[in-house]
Write a protein that binds this ligand. Structure first.
Ligand code: SF4
Ligand code: SF4
Length: 260
């Protein structure tokens, strides 16, 4: 998710949901289209998605990225996108799809839990604020949209337990926006600093090793209470990683992290 200006937001497909408006949706195993949506997707993974999925699968972040992610650096971008790699079968099914549904359901990615909505971020250049906006855009084959059950956006977000996901995705999107400008210079987007930034964002186990097993804690000051928490707490470590990217690429200090 990238923050967009008002003109760009208006061009997004789907029906923009105003505050308080409702939409129809109900997905359940008896719909004729059951499981049809979980295939052949360009499914973006955000850093918090990777933490949750790798924990659910009981594997390390290295292994998760190796087995399940396609890391794609598009021409003109300065930071890669991470997409869930679909299975190598004719239907290109999601690797977590089973006959009974999603096998990672409690930890499914932000995009899956927000569906049939899509979240965008409206960026106000004057104030610098990012405001979430939601679009209702089920594909034509999705029969859930014809069910009578009605939702407001907050009801849907609460029902899908998507609050933390949305907060983390918005924080990540704010950092991604900074990559509109090229921070790499002559090194380019595949150089050492780019690899470090990618690790801090997406490879939480390697980042933890880096924090506790290198000169990191001599070079940077981490709040003592936070230092205790990040030994186990992946979410807090991820946020520290975001702050570290901002500090080492753009010199921006934060409450959590300062130069040592
Ligand atoms: S296509 Fe829609 S209704 Fe059918 S399984 Fe997917 S989300 Fe549910
Ligand atoms: S993660 Fe689960 S909900 Fe998302 S596409 Fe895969 S099977 Fe479907």
């Amino acid at each position: 998710m990238k923050p967009l200006g008002p003109a760009e937001i208006e061009k997004l497909p789907g029906v923009r949901l105003a505050a308080g408006s409702t939409f129809c949706f109900h997905c359940h195993p008896l719909v004729a289209c059951f499981n049809r949506c979980c295939r052949n997707l360009n499914l973006f993974l955000y850093p918090y998605d990777v933490i949750r999925l790798r924990t659910r699968l009981g594997i390390g972040s290295d292994e998760f990225l190796e087995r399940h992610a396609d890391v794609v650096l598009r021409r003109g971008d300065h930071f890669p996108d991470v997409l869930l790699r679909m299975a190598e079968n004719p239907e290109k099914t999601c690797p977590f799809l089973t006959a009974d549904g999603c096998r990672v359901y409690p930890d499914r990615p932000d995009t899956c839990r927000t569906f049939p909505l899509e979240q965008g971020l409206l960026h106000d250049a004057a104030s610098g604020a990012d405001t979430p906006v939601f679009f209702y855009r089920p594909p034509a084959f999705c029969l859930g949209q014809h069910e009578p059950k009605r939702w407001t956006v907050p009801e849907w977000v609460a029902d899908q337990e998507a609050e933390t996901y949305h907060r983390m995705t918005i924080r990540w999107a704010a950092l991604r926006r900074m990559f509109r400008e090229d921070p790499w210079g002559a090194e380019g987007p595949t150089g050492r600093r780019a690899k470090m930034a990618f690790m801090a964002a997406y490879n939480i186990d390697r980042f933890r090793e880096f924090v506790f097993g290198s000169s990191f804690l001599r070079r940077f000051k981490v709040q003592p209470e936070l230092l205790r928490r990040i030994k186990k707490d992946d979410l807090q470590l991820m946020l520290l990683g975001f702050d570290w990217i901002q500090l080492f690429l753009w010199g921006i200090k934060s409450r959590r992290l300062k130069p040592g």
